[in-house]
Ligand binder design. Sequence first.
Ligand SMILES: Cc1ncc(COP(=O)(O)O)c(C=O)c1O
Length: 472
Amino acid sequence: MSRRNNLPAPVTALFPAATERARIEDLLTHELGRAMARVSAGPIVPTIDIGAFRAELETLDFDKPRPLEELLRWTIDRMEHGIVQMMQPRYFGLFNPGPSFPSQCADRLTSAFNPQLASSGSSPVPVELESHVIRAVARRAGLPAGATGHFATGGSEANYTSLICALTSSHPGFSADGARAFPGPVAFYTSRECHIAWLKIAHQAGIGRTALRLVATDGRGQMDPQALDAAIRKDRKDGLVPVMVVTTAGTTGGGMIDPLPACAGIAEREHLWHHVDAAWGGAALASERMRGLLSGIERADSITIDAHKWFATTMGCAMFITRHGPVLSEAFHASTSFMPSNVATVDPYLNSVQWSRRFLGLRLFLSLAAAGWAGYGAHVERSVAVIDRIKERLLARGWSTANDSPLAVLAAVPPAALGDIRSLVRRVVASGRVWVAPATFEGRDVVRICATHGETTLEDVDELVAALNDRG
Ligand SMILES: Cc1ncc(COP(=O)(O)O)c(C=O)c1O
């Protein structure tokens, strides 16, 4: 046979035959199930000797291929002992969730089909499905019909998008000339209890970190509207150009919700873009009992909600939502000849930071479709009940609380006999029994306790309270 009618065989290590794939998939499912059972009863913190692991990695130089089965078993073992375990119901930590099962199924489906979500031409169904979910969440927040948006890798990307939109809508020359278009230095405003990634965002956007104005709070962790008003007036007088007010609905440290209606009123009067960073707290919209807490969000120009926080999807899944679709399209427009479609108002690559993109929205679609708003409402309310139980038990043991959040995070202050907070948290975390974080709330050190796992039990709560009161 002539060489022209021959092709080299596919590389089977990368593309094994269907029977081998099925065997490995079964094995993976089985081994993962066993590992997760061990994780949910085991230590939360990494137990691996990281020095030994680095040395082991040195022996893996990629010169000699290894069997995939062996590599998978090895990876499961190292993950089991090498991360803080979000799958553990006694992880009361940062907002990272124990992921919902439908979102895990979504990841599996997405990996199998590997759709390219840059354009509606290549992925008509996923693009339509994502925008269906975005519209549903926008409606739930009370934004008008026509509100639009997209899925993003995280709250930071979504928040960055809001700043680019604010700058684009503030000056017609920003698109071409960037910050040079403005008649003076640009400024934007959020509270000093905000998520501090805003500083990086200002840096990335080219307006500089000093553009971020950290407005005073009221002593209870909420932005003080009078201080906001005064800061904007002073900056205008000094020749600065205010462009955006950011309110936080669920602060990172204390779960506080800024006074959204008052801040919206100021932004509207001053003709500033109003962004609500509801990265974590946005999930309260699911609960009929709690959604009123976010009243005022419906007046926002844009909103960030992370599905990978309280909506409990797998990591890397946020939403950016705006009532101003044309601004989004203006901010991210591009023109190419090689893409399968160029629909200005629809194609994700023409309306967002990313170009090639993963099918993130399926995670929330499947979870929301399987649980309904009522199911998510019950999930959110359950987290608050977990925090209420913790609070009751800690108060009974002489603790106090620094925050008064209606959401599921506690900024707790131990009695003096338990020593300083940083050492206490170090001791508790090192025990491997539970995981909490040290934080600062209104300038005060606190133990930050957050309900992030949908299956935490009262026994887990008791274990947390015992660990926190253990003098070591
Ligand atoms: C209020 C708030 N905004 C933004 C972020 C950043 O989100 P991400 O970590 O998804 O980038 C966080 C993270 O905790 C947050 O709490």
